[in-house]
Design a protein around this ligand. Structure first.
Ligand code: F6P
Length: 327
């Protein structure tokens, strides 16, 4: 018979995202409110293996809701991908008396959780924490809104100089293999276009832009490019324009890790708080192998298998909006 739920472990793993701390706070406080113990695991799955685990009280999560990054540190653990590594992790969890885990992270984190929970029949609930917004089954992920706002601020600034010099800028944003940051970043900052991996293989997006004379009535142009081999990246596209259309005065900005930092927006803090609360409630309810999600402003529970396996589709309406508004 399974042990009654007494102690919950919490960790963050993979790329950090703004709002992770708000989620850690919500998990810790909801668990304590319900009479459970909380143990914090440092450095993600790596810390499970190296046994970097300490008890958390409500004070441990004071004054963190407004901080970006993760107070628990994070890592991408190669050892946890091995059978031997996961065995040590399980033994440490047993020794520490942890009965269930809440893991906060992206695709890789949930994949690790799924493998581990199946191997050891161990209850795990995931919270989608990634700026990429690439998890199926949730409208948005913790950190995405903050990253979008960071992109918007940066593009607003670049536009000032782009307009002054009448230049074409390619601005590369993160997202791994997903175009959500590029597409919505472009709409939010009034950019002329977004080049995203989801449609990069279907059409030559650059060719389309040039053909449609995307610069004809403007004194500057800004194109957001999702980092990805499929799009060719901002550098690749700029090189091509320089070669094929030498009249354009082209510049490139790669926003990089600035997109991962900063104090979380209100939206991200609220999302993380709701998801942290829901994750603990789900464990108390006997649920496992699920991720908390949000759909139409309602918290939902999505099986790991769905969240990981399915590709989250791009909303075609957004592409159309961007296209129309950039005439
Ligand atoms: O998944 C979050 C993310 O920021 C991606 O957008 C990006 O491709 C990747 O992590 C960068 O990872 P790292 O910080 O390890 O270079």
């Amino acid at each position: 018979m399974e042990r009654k739920l007494k102690c919950i472990g919490v960790l963050t793993s993979g790329g950090d995202s703004p709002g992770m701390n708000a989620a850690i706070r919500a998990v810790t406080r909801t668990a304590i409110y319900n009479g459970l113990e909380v143990k914090a695991v440092y450095r993600g799955y790596r810390g499970l293996i190296t046994n970097e685990i300490i008890p958390f009280k409500t004070q441990n999560v004071s004054n963190i809701i407004q901080q970006g990054g993760t107070i628990l540190k994070t890592a991408r653990s190669q050892d946890f991908m091995t059978v031997e590594g996961r065995k040590i992790a399980f033994e440490n969890l047993k020794r520490e008396g942890i009965d269930a885990l809440v893991v906060i992270g992206g695709d890789g984190t949930l994949t690790g959780a799924r493998v581990f929970s199946e191997e050891y029949n161990f209850p795990i609930v995931g919270i989608p924490g990634t700026i990429d917004n690439d998890l199926y089954g949730t409208d948005t992920t913790v950190g995405y809104d903050t990253a979008l706002n960071t992109i918007m601020d940066a593009v607003d600034k670049i536009r000032d100089t782009a307009t002054s010099h009448e230049r074409l800028f390619f601005i590369e944003v993160m997202g791994r293999d997903a175009g959500f940051l590029a597409l919505n970043g472009a709409i939010a900052s009034g950019a002329e276009a977004a080049i995203i991996p989801e449609i990069a293989t279907e059409v030559d997006q650059l060719e389309e832009l040039i053909k449609n004379g995307f610069r004809k009535s403007k004194n500057s142009s800004i194109v957001l490019v999702a980092e990805s081999e499929t799009t060719g990246g901002a550098m690749g596209l700029a090189d091509r324009v320089q070669r094929e259309y030498p009249l354009y005065d082209v510049r490139v900005t790669i926003l990089g890790h600035i997109q991962r930092g900063g104090s979380p927006t209100a939206n991200d803090r609220i999302l993380a708080s709701r998801m942290g609360h829901a994750a603990v409630d789900a464990l108390i309810d006997g649920q496992r192998n699920i991720m908390t999600g949000i759909q139409n402003d309602q918290i939902v529970l999505v099986p790991f298998s769905k969240a990981i396996k399915n590709d989250k589709p791009i909303n075609q309406e957004l592409l159309e909006t961007l296209r129309i508004l950039s005439i």
